[in-house]
Design a protein around this ligand. Sequence first.
Ligand code: SF4
Length: 230
Amino acid sequence: MNLDQKEVESLNRQFHKSSPLEIMKKSLNLFKNKIVYVSSFGTESAMILHMISEIDKNFPIILLNTNFLFSKTIDYKNELINIFKLNNFLEIFPDNADLKKYDPKDNLWKRNVEKCCEIRKVQPLKKFLENYDAWISGRKAYQGGERIDINPFEINNGKIVVNPLANFEQKLVSEYFLNHNLPRHPLFNEGYLSVGCTHCTHKSSNKNNPRSGRWVNQIKTECGIHYKNN
Ligand code: SF4
């Protein structure tokens, strides 16, 4: 199902104050089998994975594996899939031809982070989404930066992006983990409030800005899959 900008705005008016679960259920109803959750298996991913497990354990979930993920993220991914009994999970990898052409020594991240994210995340996701109308993202407004005014529904690169946690309050995250007995990412307790690739993730320097450890000392704040081209 394709929605135009007016329809998306109408959904946002309707679901602005809705719970993440209500937004998820509406999305599944709208997009049926043409929607997928793109999970980072980061520090807060367990919330959406838990909601999916309550709605449909066969819901498609993917991880963009850049080949630079922490081994603890892979362990955590395995743990969550096992706990929630999720049956439809795929790891998506960069195209080998792109790696050979642009990053034969695995050091592009040192020279050009945008290009590195482009071949390791943006292009693999774009290719995967050819068969989908919509995808779910775990972004929240409280993460600040470019996320500060995100809505539950948006259009990006011809696809609908659903942000069930857009208006979720930061103070409720710990409560959600406690109430549902969810395990934390192993790096969370070491001070990593947001986790991506090993090369571009440090401990967060500001607990009120969980993403302060991502691309430290660089202008970059997003990996590129959320850049808007429309
Ligand atoms: S986050 Fe860093 S290492 Fe990972 S794909 Fe982007 S630039 Fe490359």
